[in-house]
Design a binder for this molecule. Sequence first.
Ligand SMILES: Cc1cc2nc3c(=O)[nH]c(=O)nc-3n(C[C@H](O)[C@H](O)[C@H](O)COP(=O)(O)O)c2cc1C
Length: 193
Amino acid sequence: MNVVPRELMTKIPVSSADFRGAMRHLTGGVSVITAGRGKDITGMTVTSVTSLSVDPPTLLVSINRDASSFPLIRRHGAFGVNILAADQLDVAERFAGKGGLKGADRFAGAQWVTAASGVPLLVGALSVVDCEVEEIVERHSHGIVIGRVRDIKNSARTAALAYWHGQYVAVDQDEDAARLAEVSVPVRSLRGA
Ligand SMILES: Cc1cc2nc3c(=O)[nH]c(=O)nc-3n(C[C@H](O)[C@H](O)[C@H](O)COP(=O)(O)O)c2cc1C
């Protein structure tokens, strides 16, 4: 059963600049959402993919209702999640609309396979997830799209693409784990470990 949105009691004015400033501190993994089938395809770069539940396997993504992917996701009831590797920055930029590219033109320059649901999935992504739409909750400017996972392909690659403070950053398991290990030594010794 869906919960009815609460009538908020407090009307505290928060500026969008302050809100954006807070969100810039949030490091987000970068994915490309793909939608549609055949030649009627499009996609978009997002950082809002989040795991919802493991059993059943579901995830959610928050998508602007004006984005070209939104009507295709709703019409076909399916979408793909392509979790980008650090060397797929060019794909992230194309699907964020760089150069004014739209629809099927965004897919050029990378290799794609077709999922069982019909959506394109990116070859070489860290993971690709084929989802069926379970529910779309429309709230404010966005739709919270809940996807039931139908298929997953994980790669053995690890270096991820993230977005932080308005820029793309690479998160490399080998390099960053070594650096974190160095940092964690003084932290432990401070606690008297
Ligand atoms: C790093 C990054 C993350 C983004 N995350 C989201 C997101 O989670 N949801 C969203 O609606 N748009 C997000 N966007 C914006 C969309 O990628 C962009 O508006 C989209 O490509 C526009 O699609 P359209 O031209 O097909 O309408 C993000 C953009 C960037 C660069």
